[in-house]
Design a protein around this ligand. Structure first.
Ligand code: AMP
Length: 487
Protein backbone atom coordinates (compact mmCIF):
# COMPACT_ATOMS: atom_id res chain seq x y z
CA UNK A 1 0.00 0.00 0.00
CA UNK A 2 1.39 3.35 -0.91
CA UNK A 3 1.21 5.95 1.77
CA UNK A 4 0.27 9.12 -0.01
CA UNK A 5 -0.47 12.03 2.28
CA UNK A 6 -1.77 14.33 -0.42
CA UNK A 7 -4.08 12.63 -2.87
CA UNK A 8 -3.33 13.32 -6.50
CA UNK A 9 -4.75 16.76 -6.95
CA UNK A 10 -5.53 16.20 -10.58
CA UNK A 11 -9.08 17.46 -10.82
CA UNK A 12 -10.78 15.29 -13.32
CA UNK A 13 -14.12 15.81 -14.89
CA UNK A 14 -14.66 18.96 -12.89
CA UNK A 15 -17.03 21.83 -13.53
CA UNK A 16 -19.88 19.72 -14.79
CA UNK A 17 -22.61 22.18 -14.04
CA UNK A 18 -25.72 20.52 -15.34
CA UNK A 19 -26.97 17.09 -16.27
CA UNK A 20 -29.51 18.31 -18.74
CA UNK A 21 -27.49 19.50 -21.68
CA UNK A 22 -28.97 18.86 -25.10
CA UNK A 23 -25.84 19.32 -27.18
CA UNK A 24 -25.23 16.18 -29.20
CA UNK A 25 -21.48 16.22 -28.60
CA UNK A 26 -22.06 16.39 -24.86
CA UNK A 27 -24.81 13.79 -25.06
CA UNK A 28 -22.41 11.32 -26.62
CA UNK A 29 -19.82 11.93 -23.90
CA UNK A 30 -22.53 11.57 -21.28
CA UNK A 31 -23.86 8.34 -22.71
CA UNK A 32 -23.23 5.13 -20.78
CA UNK A 33 -22.38 3.58 -24.13
CA UNK A 34 -19.11 5.54 -24.12
CA UNK A 35 -17.95 3.37 -21.20
CA UNK A 36 -16.35 -0.07 -21.42
CA UNK A 37 -19.47 -1.82 -20.09
CA UNK A 38 -20.89 -5.14 -21.31
CA UNK A 39 -23.99 -4.94 -23.57
CA UNK A 40 -26.17 -6.63 -20.90
CA UNK A 41 -25.29 -3.87 -18.44
CA UNK A 42 -26.05 -1.17 -21.01
CA UNK A 43 -29.42 -2.81 -21.74
CA UNK A 44 -30.20 -2.96 -18.04
CA UNK A 45 -29.35 0.74 -17.62
CA UNK A 46 -31.76 1.52 -20.44
CA UNK A 47 -34.46 -0.53 -18.77
CA UNK A 48 -33.88 1.42 -15.56
CA UNK A 49 -34.38 4.63 -17.51
CA UNK A 50 -30.79 5.82 -17.02
CA UNK A 51 -30.30 7.52 -20.36
CA UNK A 52 -27.40 9.84 -19.70
CA UNK A 53 -24.80 9.80 -17.01
CA UNK A 54 -25.13 12.30 -14.19
CA UNK A 55 -22.09 14.61 -13.84
CA UNK A 56 -20.54 12.54 -11.06
CA UNK A 57 -20.98 9.36 -13.12
CA UNK A 58 -19.47 11.02 -16.21
CA UNK A 59 -16.50 12.19 -14.17
CA UNK A 60 -15.93 9.13 -11.99
CA UNK A 61 -16.83 6.11 -14.11
CA UNK A 62 -14.11 6.30 -16.80
CA UNK A 63 -11.46 6.46 -14.06
CA UNK A 64 -13.08 3.89 -11.82
CA UNK A 65 -13.59 1.42 -14.66
CA UNK A 66 -9.92 1.86 -15.56
CA UNK A 67 -9.12 0.60 -12.06
CA UNK A 68 -8.03 3.83 -10.33
CA UNK A 69 -8.59 4.59 -6.68
CA UNK A 70 -10.91 7.59 -6.38
CA UNK A 71 -11.84 10.30 -3.96
CA UNK A 72 -15.07 11.64 -5.38
CA UNK A 73 -17.08 14.55 -4.16
CA UNK A 74 -20.74 13.66 -4.40
CA UNK A 75 -23.82 13.81 -2.32
CA UNK A 76 -27.02 11.84 -2.09
CA UNK A 77 -29.14 12.40 -5.17
CA UNK A 78 -26.19 12.88 -7.51
CA UNK A 79 -26.26 9.31 -8.80
CA UNK A 80 -23.12 8.42 -6.83
CA UNK A 81 -24.35 4.96 -5.92
CA UNK A 82 -24.43 3.87 -9.55
CA UNK A 83 -21.01 5.49 -10.01
CA UNK A 84 -19.40 3.08 -7.56
CA UNK A 85 -21.80 0.18 -8.09
CA UNK A 86 -20.99 -0.12 -11.80
CA UNK A 87 -17.29 -0.10 -10.93
CA UNK A 88 -17.52 -2.80 -8.30
CA UNK A 89 -19.73 -4.92 -10.54
CA UNK A 90 -17.13 -4.64 -13.30
CA UNK A 91 -14.52 -6.07 -10.91
CA UNK A 92 -16.76 -8.98 -9.96
CA UNK A 93 -16.23 -12.57 -10.99
CA UNK A 94 -19.72 -14.04 -10.62
CA UNK A 95 -18.46 -17.61 -10.68
CA UNK A 96 -16.31 -16.98 -7.65
CA UNK A 97 -18.71 -17.21 -4.73
CA UNK A 98 -16.90 -15.08 -2.17
CA UNK A 99 -17.16 -11.52 -0.91
CA UNK A 100 -15.44 -9.44 -3.58
CA UNK A 101 -16.83 -6.00 -2.78
CA UNK A 102 -17.55 -4.23 0.48
CA UNK A 103 -19.44 -0.93 0.74
CA UNK A 104 -19.25 0.87 4.08
CA UNK A 105 -22.09 3.31 4.80
CA UNK A 106 -22.76 5.55 7.81
CA UNK A 107 -26.34 4.44 8.45
CA UNK A 108 -28.62 1.50 8.01
CA UNK A 109 -31.01 3.49 5.85
CA UNK A 110 -28.26 4.42 3.45
CA UNK A 111 -27.01 0.82 3.43
CA UNK A 112 -30.51 -0.37 2.51
CA UNK A 113 -30.73 2.18 -0.30
CA UNK A 114 -27.31 1.23 -1.60
CA UNK A 115 -28.20 -2.45 -1.51
CA UNK A 116 -31.34 -1.81 -3.54
CA UNK A 117 -29.48 0.24 -6.14
CA UNK A 118 -26.68 -2.34 -6.41
CA UNK A 119 -29.29 -5.08 -6.88
CA UNK A 120 -31.04 -3.09 -9.60
CA UNK A 121 -27.76 -2.59 -11.42
CA UNK A 122 -26.67 -6.20 -10.88
CA UNK A 123 -29.77 -7.50 -12.63
CA UNK A 124 -27.83 -7.60 -15.90
CA UNK A 125 -26.12 -10.74 -14.57
CA UNK A 126 -27.77 -13.70 -12.95
CA UNK A 127 -27.22 -14.73 -9.39
CA UNK A 128 -25.24 -11.87 -7.95
CA UNK A 129 -25.83 -12.00 -4.24
CA UNK A 130 -25.83 -8.75 -2.26
CA UNK A 131 -26.01 -8.85 1.53
CA UNK A 132 -26.67 -5.99 3.97
CA UNK A 133 -24.96 -6.16 7.35
CA UNK A 134 -25.98 -3.40 9.73
CA UNK A 135 -26.26 -2.89 13.44
CA UNK A 136 -29.59 -2.55 15.23
CA UNK A 137 -30.79 -5.97 14.12
CA UNK A 138 -30.07 -9.41 15.51
CA UNK A 139 -26.88 -11.19 14.52
CA UNK A 140 -28.29 -14.63 13.88
CA UNK A 141 -29.96 -14.11 10.49
CA UNK A 142 -26.84 -12.28 9.31
CA UNK A 143 -24.65 -15.18 10.36
CA UNK A 144 -26.93 -17.59 8.51
CA UNK A 145 -26.84 -15.44 5.36
CA UNK A 146 -23.06 -15.22 5.55
CA UNK A 147 -22.84 -18.97 5.74
CA UNK A 148 -24.72 -19.11 2.46
CA UNK A 149 -22.20 -16.68 1.01
CA UNK A 150 -22.44 -13.41 -0.94
CA UNK A 151 -20.58 -11.54 -3.67
CA UNK A 152 -21.17 -8.05 -2.33
CA UNK A 153 -21.60 -6.85 1.25
CA UNK A 154 -23.04 -3.46 2.17
CA UNK A 155 -22.93 -2.46 5.81
CA UNK A 156 -22.17 -0.10 8.64
CA UNK A 157 -18.62 -0.09 10.05
CA UNK A 158 -19.48 -1.25 13.58
CA UNK A 159 -21.35 -4.35 12.45
CA UNK A 160 -18.79 -5.20 9.80
CA UNK A 161 -16.14 -5.05 12.55
CA UNK A 162 -18.23 -7.40 14.69
CA UNK A 163 -18.35 -9.91 11.87
CA UNK A 164 -14.65 -9.63 11.19
CA UNK A 165 -13.87 -10.19 14.86
CA UNK A 166 -16.14 -13.24 15.01
CA UNK A 167 -14.60 -14.57 11.85
CA UNK A 168 -18.00 -14.74 10.17
CA UNK A 169 -16.93 -12.40 7.36
CA UNK A 170 -13.91 -13.17 5.25
CA UNK A 171 -12.46 -10.46 3.04
CA UNK A 172 -9.62 -12.42 1.44
CA UNK A 173 -11.24 -12.36 -2.00
CA UNK A 174 -12.14 -8.68 -1.86
CA UNK A 175 -11.21 -6.54 -4.86
CA UNK A 176 -13.28 -3.37 -4.31
CA UNK A 177 -13.68 -1.38 -1.12
CA UNK A 178 -16.13 1.53 -1.17
CA UNK A 179 -16.53 4.19 1.51
CA UNK A 180 -19.85 5.91 0.95
CA UNK A 181 -20.52 9.26 2.63
CA UNK A 182 -17.10 9.07 4.21
CA UNK A 183 -17.42 12.50 5.83
CA UNK A 184 -20.48 11.36 7.74
CA UNK A 185 -18.79 8.16 8.84
CA UNK A 186 -15.97 10.31 10.21
CA UNK A 187 -18.49 12.60 11.94
CA UNK A 188 -19.90 9.54 13.61
CA UNK A 189 -16.51 8.53 14.94
CA UNK A 190 -15.82 5.59 12.63
CA UNK A 191 -12.26 6.55 11.66
CA UNK A 192 -10.61 3.70 13.56
CA UNK A 193 -13.18 1.13 12.51
CA UNK A 194 -12.77 2.07 8.86
CA UNK A 195 -8.98 1.80 9.01
CA UNK A 196 -9.21 -1.53 10.80
CA UNK A 197 -11.58 -2.89 8.16
CA UNK A 198 -9.36 -1.59 5.35
CA UNK A 199 -6.34 -3.32 6.88
CA UNK A 200 -8.13 -6.64 6.66
CA UNK A 201 -8.70 -6.25 2.93
CA UNK A 202 -6.13 -7.49 0.42
CA UNK A 203 -3.61 -4.84 -0.61
CA UNK A 204 -4.31 -5.46 -4.26
CA UNK A 205 -7.71 -3.85 -4.56
CA UNK A 206 -9.52 -0.76 -5.74
CA UNK A 207 -10.69 1.75 -3.14
CA UNK A 208 -13.42 4.26 -3.95
CA UNK A 209 -14.20 7.00 -1.46
CA UNK A 210 -17.31 9.17 -1.84
CA UNK A 211 -17.86 12.20 0.33
CA UNK A 212 -19.95 15.37 0.15
CA UNK A 213 -17.30 17.43 1.94
CA UNK A 214 -13.56 17.08 2.48
CA UNK A 215 -12.77 17.45 6.15
CA UNK A 216 -9.19 16.77 7.23
CA UNK A 217 -9.97 13.18 8.16
CA UNK A 218 -10.58 12.34 4.50
CA UNK A 219 -6.98 13.13 3.59
CA UNK A 220 -5.88 11.00 6.54
CA UNK A 221 -8.03 8.09 5.40
CA UNK A 222 -6.68 8.41 1.87
CA UNK A 223 -3.12 8.53 3.15
CA UNK A 224 -3.71 5.48 5.31
CA UNK A 225 -4.91 3.10 2.67
CA UNK A 226 -5.48 4.43 -0.82
CA UNK A 227 -3.17 4.07 -3.79
CA UNK A 228 -2.50 7.37 -5.56
CA UNK A 229 -6.15 8.26 -5.59
CA UNK A 230 -7.52 10.49 -8.32
CA UNK A 231 -9.75 13.26 -7.14
CA UNK A 232 -13.08 13.98 -8.79
CA UNK A 233 -14.61 17.32 -7.89
CA UNK A 234 -17.88 18.64 -9.16
CA UNK A 235 -19.25 22.10 -9.03
CA UNK A 236 -22.52 22.15 -7.10
CA UNK A 237 -25.26 22.17 -9.63
CA UNK A 238 -28.38 22.03 -7.55
CA UNK A 239 -28.42 25.55 -6.17
CA UNK A 240 -28.98 27.32 -9.44
CA UNK A 241 -30.67 24.99 -11.82
CA UNK A 242 -33.01 22.53 -10.16
CA UNK A 243 -34.07 24.06 -6.87
CA UNK A 244 -36.37 27.01 -6.78
CA UNK A 245 -35.82 28.81 -3.50
CA UNK A 246 -38.33 31.24 -2.01
CA UNK A 247 -38.11 33.11 1.27
CA UNK A 248 -41.11 34.33 3.28
CA UNK A 249 -40.96 36.77 6.13
CA UNK A 250 -43.09 35.59 9.06
CA UNK A 251 -43.94 36.81 12.51
CA UNK A 252 -43.25 34.24 15.19
CA UNK A 253 -46.96 33.50 15.69
CA UNK A 254 -47.50 32.98 11.95
CA UNK A 255 -44.69 30.50 11.41
CA UNK A 256 -46.41 27.16 11.87
CA UNK A 257 -49.55 28.23 10.10
CA UNK A 258 -47.40 29.45 7.19
CA UNK A 259 -46.34 25.83 6.62
CA UNK A 260 -49.93 24.80 5.94
CA UNK A 261 -50.40 27.87 3.73
CA UNK A 262 -47.39 26.73 1.67
CA UNK A 263 -48.81 23.21 1.44
CA UNK A 264 -52.25 24.38 0.39
CA UNK A 265 -50.80 26.73 -2.20
CA UNK A 266 -48.10 24.59 -3.83
CA UNK A 267 -49.66 21.20 -3.03
CA UNK A 268 -46.43 19.17 -3.06
CA UNK A 269 -46.95 15.41 -2.90
CA UNK A 270 -44.08 15.00 -0.47
CA UNK A 271 -42.45 17.58 1.75
CA UNK A 272 -39.62 17.43 4.25
CA UNK A 273 -39.98 20.19 6.86
CA UNK A 274 -36.92 21.05 8.95
CA UNK A 275 -37.15 22.59 12.39
CA UNK A 276 -34.24 23.61 14.59
CA UNK A 277 -35.63 21.91 17.70
CA UNK A 278 -37.52 18.76 18.61
CA UNK A 279 -40.15 20.84 20.36
CA UNK A 280 -40.84 22.86 17.23
CA UNK A 281 -41.23 19.55 15.30
CA UNK A 282 -43.80 18.38 17.84
CA UNK A 283 -45.79 21.62 17.60
CA UNK A 284 -45.72 21.65 13.84
CA UNK A 285 -46.97 18.08 13.56
CA UNK A 286 -49.80 18.91 15.96
CA UNK A 287 -50.79 21.97 13.92
CA UNK A 288 -50.65 20.10 10.61
CA UNK A 289 -52.60 17.12 11.87
CA UNK A 290 -55.15 19.45 13.40
CA UNK A 291 -55.72 20.80 9.89
CA UNK A 292 -56.14 17.36 8.36
CA UNK A 293 -52.69 16.87 6.80
CA UNK A 294 -50.98 13.53 7.05
CA UNK A 295 -47.77 14.46 8.80
CA UNK A 296 -45.25 12.44 10.78
CA UNK A 297 -42.41 13.43 13.00
CA UNK A 298 -38.99 11.86 12.78
CA UNK A 299 -37.16 12.24 16.05
CA UNK A 300 -34.43 10.60 18.04
CA UNK A 301 -36.78 9.06 20.58
CA UNK A 302 -38.37 6.72 18.05
CA UNK A 303 -37.13 3.15 18.26
CA UNK A 304 -35.81 1.56 15.09
CA UNK A 305 -39.12 -0.06 14.25
CA UNK A 306 -41.10 3.17 14.61
CA UNK A 307 -38.50 5.03 12.56
CA UNK A 308 -38.69 2.40 9.82
CA UNK A 309 -42.46 2.69 9.82
CA UNK A 310 -42.43 6.47 9.43
CA UNK A 311 -39.84 6.29 6.67
CA UNK A 312 -41.67 3.55 4.80
CA UNK A 313 -44.86 5.62 4.83
CA UNK A 314 -43.05 8.70 3.59
CA UNK A 315 -41.14 6.87 0.88
CA UNK A 316 -44.18 5.01 -0.42
CA UNK A 317 -46.38 8.09 -0.77
CA UNK A 318 -48.66 7.66 2.28
CA UNK A 319 -47.42 10.64 4.24
CA UNK A 320 -47.46 14.19 2.88
CA UNK A 321 -45.11 15.84 5.33
CA UNK A 322 -42.16 14.51 7.27
CA UNK A 323 -41.09 16.87 10.04
CA UNK A 324 -37.55 16.49 11.31
CA UNK A 325 -34.56 18.10 12.93
CA UNK A 326 -31.26 17.98 11.04
CA UNK A 327 -29.96 15.25 13.31
CA UNK A 328 -33.04 13.05 12.94
CA UNK A 329 -32.91 13.43 9.15
CA UNK A 330 -29.35 12.15 8.96
CA UNK A 331 -28.90 9.26 6.63
CA UNK A 332 -32.26 9.81 5.03
CA UNK A 333 -32.24 9.15 1.34
CA UNK A 334 -35.52 9.90 -0.29
CA UNK A 335 -35.98 10.15 -4.00
CA UNK A 336 -38.71 12.36 -5.39
CA UNK A 337 -39.04 14.93 -2.71
CA UNK A 338 -41.02 17.81 -4.15
CA UNK A 339 -40.42 20.38 -1.46
CA UNK A 340 -38.24 21.19 1.50
CA UNK A 341 -39.47 23.74 4.02
CA UNK A 342 -37.08 25.43 6.39
CA UNK A 343 -39.54 26.13 9.15
CA UNK A 344 -36.71 27.80 11.04
CA UNK A 345 -33.58 29.25 9.46
CA UNK A 346 -30.50 27.27 10.37
CA UNK A 347 -27.59 29.26 11.79
CA UNK A 348 -25.25 27.45 9.42
CA UNK A 349 -25.01 27.90 5.64
CA UNK A 350 -23.69 24.38 5.03
CA UNK A 351 -26.72 22.92 6.79
CA UNK A 352 -28.98 25.12 4.65
CA UNK A 353 -27.37 23.73 1.49
CA UNK A 354 -27.66 20.21 2.81
CA UNK A 355 -31.34 20.67 3.66
CA UNK A 356 -32.38 22.15 0.33
CA UNK A 357 -30.20 19.69 -1.61
CA UNK A 358 -32.66 17.00 -0.64
CA UNK A 359 -35.13 18.28 -3.19
CA UNK A 360 -34.51 18.71 -6.92
CA UNK A 361 -32.84 15.34 -7.34
CA UNK A 362 -31.54 13.79 -10.54
CA UNK A 363 -34.40 14.33 -12.94
CA UNK A 364 -36.86 16.46 -11.01
CA UNK A 365 -37.17 20.07 -10.01
CA UNK A 366 -37.81 20.92 -6.42
CA UNK A 367 -39.02 23.73 -4.21
CA UNK A 368 -37.16 25.00 -1.17
CA UNK A 369 -39.13 27.39 1.04
CA UNK A 370 -37.67 29.22 3.99
CA UNK A 371 -39.62 31.01 6.70
CA UNK A 372 -37.69 33.78 8.40
CA UNK A 373 -38.62 36.12 11.23
CA UNK A 374 -36.98 39.53 11.72
CA UNK A 375 -34.69 37.92 14.27
CA UNK A 376 -33.45 35.48 11.64
CA UNK A 377 -32.61 38.04 8.96
CA UNK A 378 -28.97 38.02 10.05
CA UNK A 379 -28.82 34.29 9.41
CA UNK A 380 -30.39 34.70 5.97
CA UNK A 381 -27.82 37.40 5.17
CA UNK A 382 -25.02 35.08 6.24
CA UNK A 383 -26.40 32.25 4.07
CA UNK A 384 -26.68 34.61 1.08
CA UNK A 385 -23.13 35.74 1.63
CA UNK A 386 -21.64 32.26 1.99
CA UNK A 387 -23.65 30.67 -0.80
CA UNK A 388 -23.34 33.70 -3.06
CA UNK A 389 -26.94 34.20 -4.01
CA UNK A 390 -29.64 36.75 -3.41
CA UNK A 391 -32.74 35.52 -1.60
CA UNK A 392 -36.00 35.86 -3.49
CA UNK A 393 -38.60 37.21 -1.04
CA UNK A 394 -42.30 36.56 -1.31
CA UNK A 395 -45.26 37.58 0.80
CA UNK A 396 -47.36 35.17 2.86
CA UNK A 397 -50.42 36.89 1.43
CA UNK A 398 -49.61 35.35 -1.97
CA UNK A 399 -50.23 31.91 -0.51
CA UNK A 400 -53.85 31.22 -1.31
CA UNK A 401 -55.27 27.68 -1.49
CA UNK A 402 -55.18 26.44 -5.08
CA UNK A 403 -57.75 23.66 -4.66
CA UNK A 404 -60.88 23.02 -2.65
CA UNK A 405 -59.74 19.47 -1.91
CA UNK A 406 -57.71 18.59 1.13
CA UNK A 407 -54.07 17.81 0.30
CA UNK A 408 -53.79 14.06 0.89
CA UNK A 409 -51.05 11.64 -0.05
CA UNK A 410 -51.87 9.37 -3.00
CA UNK A 411 -51.35 6.11 -1.08
CA UNK A 412 -52.13 4.51 2.28
CA UNK A 413 -50.05 1.85 4.01
CA UNK A 414 -51.21 -1.57 5.16
CA UNK A 415 -49.00 -3.38 7.62
CA UNK A 416 -48.97 -7.15 7.46
CA UNK A 417 -47.68 -8.69 10.68
CA UNK A 418 -45.12 -11.00 9.17
CA UNK A 419 -41.97 -10.32 7.18
CA UNK A 420 -38.68 -11.90 6.18
CA UNK A 421 -38.78 -14.06 9.29
CA UNK A 422 -41.96 -15.68 7.92
CA UNK A 423 -40.33 -15.84 4.47
CA UNK A 424 -42.84 -13.43 2.98
CA UNK A 425 -41.64 -11.89 -0.28
CA UNK A 426 -42.97 -8.82 -2.05
CA UNK A 427 -44.13 -11.04 -4.92
CA UNK A 428 -46.31 -13.13 -2.57
CA UNK A 429 -48.19 -10.07 -1.42
CA UNK A 430 -48.51 -8.59 -4.88
CA UNK A 431 -49.73 -11.96 -6.15
CA UNK A 432 -52.35 -12.25 -3.40
CA UNK A 433 -53.67 -8.76 -4.11
CA UNK A 434 -53.66 -8.92 -7.88
CA UNK A 435 -54.32 -12.58 -8.71
CA UNK A 436 -56.48 -13.68 -5.78
CA UNK A 437 -58.19 -10.46 -4.73
CA UNK A 438 -58.72 -8.76 -8.05
CA UNK A 439 -56.73 -5.54 -7.61
CA UNK A 440 -54.94 -4.00 -10.58
CA UNK A 441 -51.16 -3.73 -10.32
CA UNK A 442 -51.56 0.03 -10.72
CA UNK A 443 -53.49 0.22 -7.42
CA UNK A 444 -50.57 -1.24 -5.51
CA UNK A 445 -47.45 0.76 -4.72
CA UNK A 446 -44.20 -0.07 -2.96
CA UNK A 447 -44.07 -3.28 -0.98
CA UNK A 448 -41.35 -3.26 1.69
CA UNK A 449 -40.60 -6.48 3.48
CA UNK A 450 -38.84 -5.91 6.80
CA UNK A 451 -37.77 -8.51 9.32
CA UNK A 452 -41.10 -8.83 11.13
CA UNK A 453 -43.51 -6.74 9.07
CA UNK A 454 -44.47 -6.14 5.49
CA UNK A 455 -45.69 -2.71 4.42
CA UNK A 456 -47.86 -2.42 1.35
CA UNK A 457 -48.73 0.90 -0.23
CA UNK A 458 -52.18 0.84 -1.73
CA UNK A 459 -53.94 3.55 -3.67
CA UNK A 460 -55.69 5.61 -0.95
CA UNK A 461 -59.22 4.93 -2.19
CA UNK A 462 -58.73 1.20 -2.54
CA UNK A 463 -56.97 0.78 0.81
CA UNK A 464 -60.03 -0.01 2.99
CA UNK A 465 -61.12 -2.75 0.57
CA UNK A 466 -57.59 -4.13 0.32
CA UNK A 467 -57.46 -4.25 4.12
CA UNK A 468 -60.73 -6.16 4.23
CA UNK A 469 -59.74 -8.63 1.52
CA UNK A 470 -56.24 -9.25 2.89
CA UNK A 471 -57.60 -9.79 6.40
CA UNK A 472 -60.11 -12.32 5.09
CA UNK A 473 -57.79 -13.93 2.53
CA UNK A 474 -54.40 -15.60 2.51
CA UNK A 475 -50.81 -14.76 1.67
CA UNK A 476 -48.62 -17.74 0.76
CA UNK A 477 -51.45 -20.02 1.81
CA UNK A 478 -51.66 -18.56 5.30
CA UNK A 479 -54.03 -16.14 7.01
CA UNK A 480 -52.33 -12.92 7.99
CA UNK A 481 -52.98 -10.12 10.47
CA UNK A 482 -53.24 -6.78 8.71
CA UNK A 483 -53.85 -3.22 9.86
CA UNK A 484 -53.95 0.15 8.22
CA UNK A 485 -51.33 2.52 9.54
CA UNK A 486 -52.62 5.70 11.07
CA UNK A 487 -53.20 8.24 8.38
P1 AMP B 1 -27.97 8.39 -5.55
O1 AMP B 1 -27.29 9.73 -5.54
O2 AMP B 1 -27.05 7.30 -5.86
O3 AMP B 1 -28.72 8.18 -4.26
O4 AMP B 1 -29.05 8.39 -6.75
C1 AMP B 1 -30.21 9.16 -6.74
C2 AMP B 1 -31.28 8.61 -7.67
O5 AMP B 1 -30.93 8.80 -9.05
C3 AMP B 1 -31.53 7.13 -7.52
O6 AMP B 1 -32.92 6.95 -7.42
C4 AMP B 1 -30.99 6.50 -8.79
O7 AMP B 1 -31.74 5.37 -9.12
C5 AMP B 1 -31.15 7.62 -9.80
N1 AMP B 1 -30.12 7.63 -10.87
C6 AMP B 1 -28.81 7.35 -10.74
N2 AMP B 1 -28.16 7.49 -11.92
C7 AMP B 1 -29.08 7.90 -12.82
C8 AMP B 1 -29.02 8.24 -14.21
N3 AMP B 1 -27.89 8.20 -14.91
N4 AMP B 1 -30.18 8.60 -14.82
C9 AMP B 1 -31.33 8.66 -14.11
N5 AMP B 1 -31.45 8.35 -12.80
C10 AMP B 1 -30.34 7.99 -12.14
Amino acid sequence: MTSNPTPASQATGSAATTATTTSTVKAAADSFASLPLPPATLDNLKRLGYEVMTPIQAAALPLALAGADLIAQAKTGSGKTAAFALALLANLNVRRFAVQALVLCPTRELADQVTQEVRRLARAEDHIKVLTLCGGVTMRPQLASLEHGAHIVVGTPGRIMDHLERGSLNLEALNTLVLDEADRMLDMGFFDDITTVAKQCPKQRQTLLFSATYPEGITKLAAAFMREPKQVTLVERHAASKIRQRFYEVKEDERLHAVSQLLNHYRPVSTLAFCNTKLQCRWLVDVLRGQGFIAHELHGDLDQRERDQVLVQFANGSCSVLVATDIAARGLDIAQLEAVINVDITPDAATHTHRIGRTGRVDAEGWAFSLASMDEMGRVGQIEHELKFVAEWHKLAELTPTSKDKLLPPMATLQILGGRKEKIRAGDVLGALTKDMGFAGSQIGKISVNEFSTYVAVDRESAPLALKKLSAGKVKGKSVKVRMLES
